[in-house]
Design a protein. Structure first.
Lengths: 267, 267
DNA sequence: GAGTGGTCTAGACCACTGT
DNA sequence: CAGTGGTCTAGACCACTCC
C-alpha cells in the first residue's frame, strides 16, 4: 500500500501531473481529470490529490473552481520598466492631448496595444486612515480621493494589475475634471492629471514586497488563492517635497517582472 | 452542528486565532494549542483547523514543525534601498581595504551592525546552463564560478536573504584571490572584487518577481512553505556593455521592502 | 514517554459546472 | 441532470519535539 521513498505521496502526484502538463499530455484550457480519478490512478486518497494539486495551483500551472479543475494556459511574463517609464510619463505630461492619447503607459513597456486592453476605473471618497495620513503628512481623517483601477488583456479577463491610488481631495478638486471618473483613462495618466493643477513630480519612490494573494485579488488577477502577488507601494513627490500621490499596485507575482536600471557614475 | 454564515468554518478558526495573537493572548515564541484542542474548541474537524492555520502560516503569523506549532515573533521589515546602495558600493570599490572593511552592504540600509550578522558563503564551479549562457552571452557549458551566500541575524537564525551569484570563471580567475571562499566576506563586496581585475560596473539591472517559497528556501529564510518570496534577478553590466555578474536574490516577501527612487528631470 | 504535527484513509454533503 | 471541486467528518500511523 505504501511505497515510501522518503517523499510524501502527494509530491509524486504533483510532479507527475506537472510533467504531463509540460509534456503536452494535458492541454491548456482543458479539463483536469477529476480528483477522484486521480486518487484512483495514483492510489492515494482524495486528500493526497488535493495536497498535490494545491502546489500546482499556487505556481499557476492549474486552476480550479467548484465544479471543474483545468490546466492554465502558460501566461506571458509582463515586464514593467519603471525607471524609464516614470520619466517617459513625465515627458508626456506637457504634450498635447492628441500626443498623449496615442499610447498609454501599459503599451510603453509591453507589446500590447491599447485595443487589446480592457481598462476599468472607479472613484470614491475616503477619509485618510493613519497610514495614509502619515504618508501624505496630513491629519487622520483628511478627505481623500481614492481611485481604483484594473487593466486586463481583452482576451482572457485576467487583470495585469490592480491599483488603489490616493490623492488629497482638496488638492485635486482645484480641477473638477480630475474628480470625474468618466474622463478615465486620462491621456497621459496621473502625472498629466497633476500637471493640470500645476504639480510637477520630482521623484517617485517604489517600495516592493510580496505576500500570498487574498481571495478577491486572486479572482481579479486570474491566479489562485495562495499564489504570490508583488505589492508595489508607489509614492510621488513633487518639487516642493510634498507627497502628491500614493498608490498600491498589486501584480501577479509569477507573471510580472518589475525592472529597475541603476546607472552608476563613471570613474 | 453547522452554524453556516456563508463563510467556511476554517475562516473563523483563522480569524479567531489571528485575533488572539494580535490581542496578545497567544505570545510570540509560545506554543499554539494543539490541533486537536483547537478542533474541540471550535467544534470543527482536524482538517478544518489545518485549513485555517495554513493561511496564518502563509502570512507568517504562526509556524509549525512536526511535534509543535508556535506563534511567530513579529519580524521587522527590512528596507533595502537599491538605487542608493549600488552607487555607494561602487564608490567604495576604490577605497582602501580599511575603509571598506568598516561596514558591509547590509549595514548600509539596515540598522543592523555587522556584529549582529551571521554570514555564510560557499563557492563552487558549474557549467553555464542555457539561461546563464544567454544572460552572459557565452556558450552553453562555459565554466562559471557560482557563489552562494546567506546572511542572517545572529539572534534568530532566519536568513535575511539567500543569494546565488554567478561569474565567468576565466574572467575572475585573473585574480586567484577571488576564487578563495576563505576571503569572504570580501570587504566592499562584488564591485570591489571586480575592481581588482579592472572591471568597472556601469549599471545594474534589477528584475523583480514573486512566487511561493520552496521547502529549502522556507527553511533557510525562516518562513513557511507556501509563504511568498521576492525574487530579484540582478545583472551587473560593465562599461564595455558586457554582463560581468548575475545573481538571483531570494528575499522573504512579507519581511522585505526593496526600495527604488526614480529621480525625474526638472522642467 | 507523552504529545504534537505531517501525512494518509474513507467516507459525506452541497454549490457549482457543463450539458 | 450528472459530475466536479469546496468543505467537512472521524478516524489512523509515524516522525518528531519536549520533558
Amino acid at each position: 500500500m505504501t511505497e515510501r521513498d522518503g517523499r510524501p505521496r502527494y509530491a509524486r502526484v504533483a510532479q507527475e501531473i506537472r510533467e504531463e502538463i509540460l509534456a503536452g499530455g494535458l492541454r491548456p484550457g482543458g479539463l483536469l481529470p477529476s480528483e477522484a480519478d486521480l486518487a484512483d490512478r495514483f492510489g492515494v486518497s482524495p486528500t493526497g490529490v488535493r495536497n498535490g494539486i494545491r502546489r500546482l495551483r499556487e505556481r499557476g500551472l492549474v486552476g480550479a473552481e467548484q465544479g471543474r479543475g483545468f490546466v492554465r494556459a502558460p501566461r506571458q511574463r509582463l515586464r514593467r520598466h519603471h525607471s524609464e517609464r516614470y520619466q517617459w510619463e513625465k515627458d508626456r505630461a506637457r504634450q498635447t492631448a492628441e500626443v498623449r492619447a496615442r499610447t498609454g503607459a501599459t503599451e510603453f513597456d509591453t507589446d500590447l496595444q491599447s485595443t487589446d486592453l480592457k481598462f476599468h476605473a472607479e472613484y470614491s471618497e475616503t477619509a485618510a486612515c493613519s497610514e495614509l495620513a502619515m504618508r501624505f503628512d496630513v491629519p487622520v481623517g483628511t478627505r481623500m480621493l481614492q481611485r481604483d483601477y484594473s487593466t486586463s488583456c481583452r482576451e482572457d479577463d485576467a487583470a495585469l494589475s490592480v491599483v488603489h491610488s490616493y490623492l488629497v481631495y482638496d488638492v485635486v478638486a482645484t480641477n473638477p475634471e480630475l474628480l470625474d471618473v468618466a474622463r478615465e483613462p486620462y491621456p497621459g495618466g496621473t502625472q498629466s492629471q497633476l500637471f493640470t493643477i500645476g504639480i510637477e513630480v520630482d521623484r517617485i519612490v517604489d517600495e516592493l514586497s510580496a505576500r500570498p494573494a487574498l481571495p478577491e485579488e486572486a479572482g481579479v488577477l486570474g491566479i489562485e488563492v495562495g499564489a504570490s502577488v508583488l505589492v508595489l507601494n508607489k509614492t510621488s513627490i513633487d518639487v516642493t517635497d510634498r507627497v502628491v500621490e500614493y498608490s498600491e499596485v498589486i501584480l501577479p507575482g509569477e507573471w510580472t517582472e518589475v525592472v529597475y536600471t541603476t546607472e552608476l557614475k563613471r570613474w
